[in-house]
Design a protein around this ligand. Structure first.
Ligand code: FE2
Length: 204
């Protein structure tokens, strides 16, 4: 009935992000974990009263009211974007101009932002995500962390970049070394063009 809970194909080959994220990790993460959020979310949407909403609004409306649906819808939303927040030969320090200027203005420059983002992911206790988001109230960029399936969407912000720090995202490749995963991810995989696109949409 709905296409809100459809697993999108990865936008690159399973082995395209090596050596920083292996094909085995992507097979499990995309085909098993993300698929489970899609399957469960679709079931839990039925009869929830939120069927007509778009995914973003399902996430916002179920938060704090329908935990089962929220967890799966939130994780579906987060993962749909996560695959696009990465690309082969990503990372690097040369960000698109408008985004770079805003990071300088709000977050003290690229190096400070990089350190704060990695620190947020490292210190998120247990499963969750680290984020770069635009705070709708202040109009400023923020670095935050959230637990489980939460995101800045339910805290008054628009997610621009997020990294999954659930163990399923790094345990095969990095075992327990979450900081090593975060550094490799940030420096080699981030698709800054996609971040810029979301930033332009959020500020249009
Ligand atoms: Fe994940």
């Amino acid at each position: 009935m709905t296409t809100k809970f459809t697993l999108p194909p990865l936008p690159y080959a399973y082995d395209a992000l090596g050596p920083y994220m292996s094909a085995e990790t992507l097979e499990f993460h995309h085909d098993k974990h993300h698929q489970a959020y899609v399957t469960n979310g679709e079931k839990l949407l039925e009869g929830s009263g939120l069927e007509i909403l778009e995914l973003e609004d399902i996430v916002k409306e179920s938060f704090g009211k329908n935990a089962g649906l929220f967890n799966n819808a939130g994780q579906h939303y987060n993962h749909v974007h996560f695959w696009n927040w990465m690309k082969p030969n990503g990372g690097g320090k040369s960000l698109p101009g408008k985004l770079a200027a805003k990071i300088d203005e709000d977050l003290g420059g690229f190096d400070k932002f990089r350190g704060d983002f990695i620190q947020a992911g490292t210190t998120q206790f247990g499963s969750g995500w680290a984020w770069l988001s635009l705070n709708h109230k202040t109009g400023k960029l923020e670095v935050t962390k959230t637990a489980n399936g939460e995101s800045p969407l339910v805290h008054g912000g628009k997610p621009l970049l997020g990294v999954d720090v659930w163990e399923h995202s790094y345990y095969i490749d990095y075992r327990n070394a979450r900081p090593k995963y975060l550094e490799a991810w940030f420096d080699n995989l981030v698709n800054w063009e996609h971040v810029e696109k979301l930033f332009e949409e959020a500020t249009a």
